[in-house]
Design a protein around this ligand. Structure first.
Ligand code: HEC
Ligand code: HEC
Length: 318
C-alpha cells in the first residue's frame, strides 16, 4: 500500500465522522476528559448484542463485491442513510442523504447518492462516482468537502472503488432533496489526482488488514490523534480522540488505544475478544462501548477480513 498521505481535511473529518455517526451537530474533538470514559448505566441507546448476524458474502462478481464493501466494512450508509428516531437506518431511504453536520467552519450535508436523476446522482457515470470518492471532485469540476473521507478513499484499489461505484448505481433511486453544504475553508487540496491503484493482495494478511482498517473502513482515522492538522502516523492506533456530550447525551467517548500495548491497548486480548468488540460493541470486560463504531455493519464482514484486521492491529507498536 502506498504511504498514506493525509492533510488537514482529515482532521475535520475525524471530528465530523463522529458528530455524524452520532447524528449530532457541533460535536467537536476535545482534549480527553480526566478519568476513564466509561459508559453510563443509563445511556439512552445502550447497544444490543444481537444474536447471530446474517453475513453479506463477498465474491468475484463486481456488484456482489461492491455490495459487500458498501454494506459492511466501508459502511457508506453510516453517513448517507437517514436514521429513524430510534437511531436505526431508514430502510426506505437507503443512501438518500440528509444529515446536517455543523462545525464552526462548515455545514455539510451527506448527499443523496441514490440514482435518482433529480435529487441524487442518477446522471453520474461509474467513473464520475469513482472520481468523487477518490479525488473529491464532482463531474462539474467542483470540489467535495469534509467529512467525506477521501483522504483515505484515495488509496482504494481500482477494483474496489469501481465495485463500490457500480453497486451505488444499482441501488433503488430515492427522491430526497438535500441542501447544499457550505464551507468556510478551502476545498480541493487532496493531493495529486489518483487515476489508478493496484489491488491489495489478500495473501499478505497483515497488509490486507492494514488496507481494510485504513482506506476501506478508516478505523485508523478515529483511533489516531492529529498534530497541527496532520494525522500523527507515529501514534497510529493510540486513540485518545474525545467526543464530549454529543447530541442530548451526557457522556463522552474517547477512542480507544487499539495498539498491541499490553496494558493500554489490545496486547493481552484474545482474537475473539477483539472481534467481539469490533462486531458487537462489547469491550473485553463486558462493558458496552458507546455507540460510535459501525459495529452492526462490521458484524456482517467475512471472517477472513475480520481476521486480517485483527492481525494488522496486532502489529501496531505499543
Ligand atoms: C463520514 C461521513 C461519510 C462517509 C463515511 C461517506 N460519505 Fe460520501 N459524502 C459525505 C458528505 C458530507 C458529502 C457531501 C460533501 C459536500 O457537500 O461537499 C458526501 C458526498 C458524496 C458524494 C458526492 C455526491 C454529490 O452529489 O456531490 C458521493 C458520490 C459519495 N459521497 C459517495 C460515498 C460512498 C460511495 C461512500 C462509501 C465508500 C461514502 N460516500 C462515505 C459524507 C460521507
Ligand atoms: C467513527 C469513529 C470510529 C471508527 C470508524 C472506528 N472506531 Fe473503534 N472505537 C471508537 C471509539 C470512540 C471507541 C471507544 C468507545 C467507548 O469507549 O465506549 C472505539 C472502540 C474500539 C475498540 C474497543 C477497545 C476497548 O478498549 O474497549 C476496538 C477494538 C475498536 N474500536 C476497533 C476498531 C476497528 C478495528 C475499526 C474499523 C473496522 C474501528 N474501531 C472503527 C471510534 C471508532
Amino acid at each position: 500500500m502506498p504511504a498514506l498521505r493525509l492533510t488537514a481535511r482529515s482532521t475535520l473529518s475525524v471530528v465530523v465522522v463522529l458528530a455524524l455517526l452520532l447524528g449530532t451537530s457541533g460535536c467537536g474533538r476535545q482534549p480527553p476528559p480526566t478519568g476513564s470514559a466509561s459508559a453510563p448505566e443509563a445511556a439512552p441507546t445502550t447497544p444490543k448484542v444481537a444474536g447471530p448476524v446474517e453475513r453479506i458474502a463477498d465474491g468475484p462478481d463486481k456488484l456482489m463485491h461492491g455490495r459487500y464493501l458498501v454494506e459492511t466494512v466501508a459502511g457508506c450508509g453510516n453517513c448517507h442513510t437517514p436514521r429513524l428516531p430510534d437511531g436505526t437506518p431508514d430502510p426506505n431511504k437507503k443512501f438518500a442523504g440528509a444529515f446536517l453536520i455543523k462545525e464552526p467552519v462548515f455545514e455539510a450535508y451527506a448527499k443523496n447518492i441514490t440514482p435518482d436523476k433529480e435529487t441524487g446522482i442518477g446522471s453520474w457515470s461509474e467513473g464520475d462516482i469513482v472520481n468523487a470518492i477518490r479525488n473529491g471532485k464532482r463531474p462539474d469540476g467542483t470540489n467535495l468537502g469534509p467529512p467525506m473521507p477521501f483522504l483515505w478513499y484515495r488509496h482504494l484499489s481500482d477494483t474496489d472503488v469501481h465495485a463500490i461505484a457500480a453497486y451505488i448505481k444499482s441501488v433503488p433511486a430515492v427522491q430526497n432533496k438535500v441542501p447544499k453544504s457550505t464551507y468556510q475553508i478551502p476545498l480541493g487540496n487532496h493531493g495529486p489526482t489518483v487515476t489508478s491503484v493496484p489491488d491489495m493482495p489478500k495473501n499478505n494478511q497483515v497488509k490486507y488488514g492494514e488496507y481494510l482498517a485504513g482506506p476501506v473502513a478508516h478505523c485508523m482515522d478515529c483511533h489516531t490523534t492529529y498534530v497541527d492538522g496532520q494525522i500523527d502516523m507515529k501514534r497510529l492506533g493510540h486513540g485518545g480522540n474525545a467526543f464530549v456530550k454529543p447530541m442530548i447525551y451526557d457522556w463522552a467517548a474517547v477512542s480507544s488505544n487499539i495498539t498491541s500495548d499490553k496494558t493500554l491497548g489490545l496486547g493481552n486480548w484474545t482474537d475473539d475478544e477483539i472481534k467481539r468488540a469490533i462486531t458487537t460493541g462489547v469491550s473485553r470486560d463486558g462493558r458496552f462501548l458507546l455507540p460510535i463504531m459501525a459495529s452492526p455493519l462490521y458484524a456482517k464482514m467475512e471472517p477472513d477480513d475480520l481476521d486480517a484486521i485483527v492481525a494488522y492491529l496486532r502489529t501496531l507498536p505499543p
